[in-house]
Design a binder for this molecule. Sequence first.
Ligand code: PMV
Length: 323
Amino acid sequence: MISAFAPGKCILFGEHAVVFGHPAVAVAVDHGVTVSVSESKDWVLEGKPFLKDRHPHISHILENVFQYDGTPLCIDIESSLFSAAGMGSSAALSNALAAAIQCHLKPDEPLDGIKLARIAHSAEASAQKGRASPTDTATSALGGCIVVSDTQVDGTRHIFDTELDTPEGKRHWSVSAVDIPEDLEQSWLVIGYTGEGSSTGSMVAKVADLVSKNPEKMGDLESIGKITKAGLTALSAGNLEALGMAMDACHHKLQSLEVSSNKLDMLVLAARPHSLGAKLTGAGGGGCMVALTTDPKRTSEAIEVAGGIPMISKLGSEGVRIT
Ligand code: PMV
């Protein structure tokens, strides 16, 4: 049996603004998805017959990417991520599956993070009618801190460029990394799940509608772009206080874009006295918030008391790997 683990992600800065061409910054978290594959008499997924039409990510990777025609496989999936909560669970699943299949077919070939990031991005695109940013897939494949933007952001290390034919035309992204300095090793992220689902598609549509009816809201997106760059500078310099302040400022702008919710605001407010900064993360409307803290136990307790489900992670975990 071969098992591969791929981490989930958390967006630190730039959600929604990235749709309008600004950069997004995401970090890999300690939690993720493990996929195990073993040869079997029949195709089995999670103990049941594998129905490929129901699992577009898995069928795309097996058929279109690897053109798999070997012995049937028994595939098991274990996730420690909150699902439908903006933690990148489908990207982690695609990365872990692609790594496990590659290792099954070519056990001596080392994993190539960029190749896996591209495979997982193609799986997301095929499952989402051609619309998928490479943020989740690249962060899960490569680990650490990843910046996705139309053009490379100053101070980041370029990793690869990628493009996709979307129903709205060709899109191009530059994917870069930021090395997380040692000073940040004493800090933690506490992700707080509201328990409420979040639909990325409808939140993106909501912002598009808000901006078209209130053109001045474009200013909030531009402010998020500036906050993201300030946050990246703070991150690279290991300046925890400035990083936390940028997260607070980002939440304020996301509130102005009407993508926060009462529960998200409650968890952010509960976490702040015990954190360096806190904000919603991802599409908003539900899903999760994230706090940066040097006292993860205290921050988790505050989030729990306010009705959230906390999850502690270091900042920028390792990317996809065979376990
Ligand atoms: O739902 P999430 O956490 O993957 O966040 C989506 C981020 C958005 O900027 C809102 C949408 C996007 O495609 O980048």
